[in-house]
Design a protein. Structure first.
Length: 173
């Protein structure tokens, strides 16, 4: 008789999938899965929700409509329910270490601190000016220059083995 055993595969529960992506430390429980703007993302019931929100659901804490989650530890990737508080948007904004207005931030979006030497004013398309991070601008310029250099070097490889000073039209690849 032929062996007809079927391999049974079981889907992992949402809770099991969640815990696979959590790195517990003495303080924060850091989310190691998908992130967007620093917040963990988790697929639950066919839709993407914040990992910190799912953590609260696992802890038995519902988030009423109109309220949001405040990370008391200021670590957006933290899913430790002891570090999460359910508050109004007004209270969440009030607790921020700086206002939500980007002009008031002490650093750029990539975390470079604004100092007298690391920032500059750039003209906007509407005629005003905005504060820009010089470190980010220089990094972007370096990437742009490197891409141009790569293109020029690739072009030069087409001239290998040819002698300078010959017929310019004939020497083109």
């Amino acid at each position: 008789m032929e062996n007809t055993k079927r391999r049974v595969t079981r889907k992992k529960t949402a809770e099991a999938r969640f815990w696979e992506k959590v790195e517990k430390t003495d303080g924060c429980w850091n989310w190691t899965g998908t992130k967007s703007r620093g917040y963990g993302g988790f697929l639950f019931d066919g839709r993407q929700i914040g990992a910190h929100r799912f953590s609260l659901l696992l802890a038995g804490r519902e988030i009423p409509r109109g309220l949001e989650v405040d990370h008391l530890c200021r670590n957006r990737g933290c899913v430790n329910p002891d570090h999460l508080d359910i508050v109004t948007r007004l209270e969440n904004n009030r607790r921020r270490p700086y206002s939500s207005n980007i002009r008031d931030r002490p650093h750029c979006l990539h975390g470079h601190w604004y100092t007298d030497n690391s920032q500059y004013r750039a003209k906007t398309k509407h005629g005003g000016t905005s504060r820009q991070c010089l470190i980010c601008a220089l990094k972007a310029r370096i990437v742009s220059i490197q891409k141009r250099l790569d293109l020029l070097m690739e072009e030069q490889r087409g001239f290998e083995g040819r002698q300078p000073g010959g017929d310019a039209a004939a020497d083109r690849p």
